[in-house]
Design a protein around this ligand. Structure first.
Ligand code: ATP
Length: 243
C-alpha cells in the first residue's frame, strides 16, 4: 500500500503482539494515526502503552503484527533506521544522560545528521524555544530539575527533525505548573505540523488535548474515538476520570 492511497494515514499498526519472555504485554493492537493528528493512548499502569511505543521505535521486536509508516513496512527495523525515517521517541522517565552537558545531550538527538552547520542552527532554534537549556548548556543534564530534564528530552527528540514524535508519559513526576507547560509544548509541536502519538496516564488532560484516542486495557484496545467522545463516555468516566 502506498501513502497516496491511504487518505492521509501516517502510521498503521495491525494486530501488534509483543511479549517479554512469557509475559504477553500487547495482545493484538490495531490503530491508525493520520498525518498531523495528536493521538493519545490512555489506560492504566501496565496496560501495554509503553510497550507499543517501544515496538514502534524499534526498541523491541514484535512477536506478531505489522507496523506501516508512510506506507512502508517498518516492523522489526532497528531504532537507528526508524529514527532516520523521521520517528523520534521521547521516552518515559526522560532518560537524559546525566553526566553529559545539556549541549551534548542535544547533539545526540541529531547524531544521524552529518552537516554540523545544520546541527548548530537547530541547536540555536532549541535554545530560542527553551531558554533554560541555553542558560544550562554547559552543565551536566543530571543537575537540572525534572521539568528541565523533560524539556531537554523533548528538545533532543526534536533535534532529529522528526515527522512523528512519540511521547511516553511526558507528565510523569512533574509539578502541576510544569505539566501544563509540557502539554502546551506538545500541542504546539502538533500545530507546527508534526504528528504526535502520546502515552499518558493523566487521561483527562490527554483526552482534552488529543484529536483521537485509544483506551488500552491489558494489552488490547477497549475503546477508541475522538478525545471528546471518550471524555463523555460513561464507562471511561467511571474507570479513568473519577466518574
Ligand atoms: P506503565 O505506565 O506502567 O509503563 P504501560 O501501559 O506503559 O504502563 P507497559 O510498560 O507497556 O505498560 O507494560 C505492559 C506489561 O508488560 C506489564 O505487565 C509489565 O509488567 C510488562 N513489562 C513491561 N516491561 C517489561 C520488561 N522489561 N520485562 C518484563 N515485563 C515487562
Amino acid at each position: 500500500m502506498h501513502i497516496s492511497g491511504m487518505g492521509g494515514v501516517m502510521l498503521e499498526i495491525e494486530n501488534l503482539c509483543c511479549s517479554y519472555g512469557k509475559v504477553n504485554a500487547v495482545k493484538g493492537i490495531s490503530l491508525t494515526v493520520k498525518k498531523g493528528e495528536l493521538v493519545a493512548l490512555v489506560g492504566a499502569n501496565g496496560a501495554g502503552k509503553s510497550t507499543t511505543l517501544r515496538a514502534l521505535s524499534g526498541l523491541i521486536s514484535p512477536t506478531r503484527g505489522t507496523i506501516r509508516y508512510e506506507g512502508q513496512n517498518i516492523t522489526g527495523n532497528t531504532p537507528r533506521s526508524i529514527l532516520s525515517k523521521g520517528i523520534a521517541h521521547c521516552p518515559e522517565g526522560r532518560h537524559v544522560f546525566p553526566e553529559m552537558t545539556v549541549e551534548e545531550n542535544l547533539a545526540l538527538g541529531s547524531y544521524l545528521r552529518r552537516a554540523s552547520s545544520q546541527v548548530e542552527s537547530d541547536m540555536r532554534q532549541m535554545f530560542k524555544r527553551f531558554p533554560i537549556l541555553e542558560e544550562r548548556k554547559k552543565q551536566p543534564a543530571g543537575l537540572m530539575s525534572g521539568g528541565e530534564q523533560q524539556m531537554l528530552a523533548i528538545a533532543r527528540a526534536l533535534m532529529s527533525r522528526p515527522r512523528l514524535v512519540l511521547f511516553d508519559e511526558p507528565s510523569l513526576g512533574l509539578a502541576p505548573a510544569i505539566i501544563d507547560r509540557v502539554f502546551d509544548l506538545i500541542t504546539e509541536i502538533r500545530n507546527e505540523g508534526m504528528t504526535v502519538l502520546m502515552v499518558e496516564q493523566n487521561a483527562y488532560a490527554a483526552l482534552e488535548m488529543c484529536d483521537h484516542a485509544y483506551l488500552i486495557e491489558a494489552g488490547v484496545i477497549k475503546k477508541s474515538g475522538s478525545g471528546k467522545a471518550l471524555l463523555e463516555d460513561p464507562q471511561v468516566r467511571e474507570a479513568y476520570l473519577g466518574g
